[in-house]
Ligand binder design. Structure first.
Ligand SMILES: Cc1cc2nc3c(=O)[nH]c(=O)nc-3n(C[C@H](O)[C@H](O)[C@H](O)COP(=O)(O)OP(=O)(O)OC[C@H]3O[C@@H](n4cnc5c(N)ncnc54)[C@H](O)[C@@H]3O)c2cc1C
Ligand code: HEM
Length: 401
């Protein structure tokens, strides 16, 4: 790939990213109306999809010389099978992408630039289709809902029985789709260590107006089948010879519960401290189970954090910061964190101030903000690191799976 030409021409397009992406989709759907039905029907989801496409392109252009690009694209191609994307679709997307780049670049679009993008797209598409073709995993896993528990109005715990075995590590997540909300995929953590019967639990917190979370908590019934994408994520136990701290907020408890189950199966040599943060006592829905483990395991210490009655839920984060500050030896610890993006970001900050080592703080990727942020490259990078209301950034899959 002609890296120099690609980077300089992308810098031009980046300044008009929104225009480029809108042009791309209009061109794609105008020339290939049949492709529209692969994409979500809601305008809001399409907007999100626009961001993701540009974020992916930005990722590609900024990682052209990095060794991680090929695994990223292979996984992306493998994952596109669940969107019903086949090799026959890549040419149409390539044509619309080149048309959008040309239209957006104006005078900067020269034959040399066109040649560089054309060749680059071939490499990208070939790498994605090879990742899809070489995968020995199914395009998605059909999983039957075998149990549906509800805690209060807004928390649902679903037990699913995948019809083909789903291999994963405790702490990982999958994307989930239901026929009740077609072409809508969202990410949920698997809330248990692998079981002999292969079932997995999802803990779903309903978001007001949220399409899939509302369907999963309120509507989905036992006997229905959900689709699951390939497991991913970085919140897996490193099992170093060091004390551990697990910190979970809200349904961020789900992957931490899976990690705890792994520790119960293979007890650690060091102490484990668990902090569970919830917006109120009613949301500590697994407290009886956690209390039983704490009573049975000498190595496990648990602290529950909720706001004082009548206080806003943000007070829980302040209380957590105080509780963390009362503990020592953060430099020695491995810390696993899970919860909404802002929670993860704020708590990581507190832990670093307390002396925790950044390379021993584990969580799924959160958008980078504020002073940690490198020099902005332009609008495309704003897309890439745009503060997301959706927990961590799902596009940041661990290429090792
Ligand atoms: C790696 C990862 C793991 C996740 N694990 C879990 C999990 O185990 N359990 C779980 O319940 N969720 C989890 N999520 C969040 C989940 O993927 C969905 O984002 C969430 O369920 C909302 O989807 P929805 O379709 O209901 O809402 P949408 O229809 O996508 O959103 C509706 C509206 O709500 C806003 N919104 C979306 N999410 C939030 C939010 N968290 N807070 C406030 N407003 C929001 C949107 O911007 C939009 O305006 C995880 C997310 C990631 C990235
Ligand atoms: C250069 C090649 C491509 C890149 C870089 C790319 C990038 C992406 C990314 C990053 C996502 C979000 C993935 C996720 O959330 O898990 C996505 C989703 C999607 N892509 Fe692609 N894609 C490419 C080619 C294609 C092709 C050829 C099609 C077929 C028409 C396609 C159709 C879709 C669909 C339907 C979705 C799901 C939309 C949604 O859930 O909102 N993509 N793509």
């Amino acid at each position: 790939m002609d890296v120099r030409i690609l980077k300089s021409s992308f810098a031009v397009v980046e300044r008009r990213a929104e225009h480029a992406v809108k042009y791309f989709y209009s061109h794609l759907f105008w020339h290939n109306p049949g492709l529209r039905e692969l994409f979500p029907s809601s305008a809001e989801d399409m907007e999100r999809q626009r961001d993701r496409l540009f974020a992916a392109l930005t990722h590609v252009v900024t990682h052209l010389e990095s060794g991680t690009l090929v695994p990223y694209l292979r996984d992306l191609g493998r994952d596109h099978r669940k969107f019903l994307v086949g090799p026959e679709h890549y040419a149409a997307v390539g044509t619309s992408l080149i048309a959008a780049l040309a239209q957006t670049s104006g005078d900067a679009w020269t034959p040399a630039v066109e040649k560089a993008w054309y060749e680059a797209y071939q490499v990208i598409a070939d790498t994605m289709t090879a990742g899809a073709a070489d995968s020995d995993e199914p395009p998605w896993w059909d999983a039957e809902v075998v149990r549906h528990l509800q805690y209060g109005e807004d928390i649902g715990v679903l037990t699913l029985a995948p019809r083909t075995p789903l291999a994963y590590r405790p702490g990982q997540y999958v994307s989930v789709s239901s026929a009740r909300v077609p072409t809508t995929w969202r990410t949920y953590s698997l809330a248990n260590a692998p079981r002999p019967d292969g079932t997995v639990d999802l803990h779903v917190s309903r978001i007001d107006g949220g399409r899939l979370s509302t369907a999963l908590v309120r509507d989905v019934l036992p006997g229905e089948v959900l689709r699951l994408g390939a497991p991913g994520g970085r919140l897996t136990l490193r099992r170093e010879d060091r004390p551990l701290t697990l910190i979970a907020a809200g349904t961020g408890w789900a992957p931490v519960r899976a990690l705890l189950e792994e520790l119960l199966q293979h007890p650690p040599d060091h102490d484990v401290r668990l902090f569970v943060v919830a917006r109120d006592a009613a949301h500590l829905y697994d407290r009886p189970l956690i209390d039983r483990h704490a009573a049975a395991c000498r190595w496990l210490g648990v602290t529950y954090i909720t706001p004082a009655p009548g206080q806003h839920r943000n007070q829980a984060t302040d209380r957590l910061a105080t509780a963390l500050g009362n503990r020592a030896l953060w430099r020695e610890q491995d810390v696993y964190l899970s919860g909404p993006a802002l929670f993860v970001e704020e708590t990581s900050h507190v832990l670093r101030e307390l002396g925790a080592r950044p390379d021993r703080l584990f969580h799924d990727a959160v958008p980078v903000t504020g002073s940690q942020r490198p020099r902005p490259l332009g609008f495309g990078e704003w897309f890439l690191h745009r503060p997301a209301p959706h927990w961590h950034n799902p596009s940041a899959r661990d290429p090792r799976g």
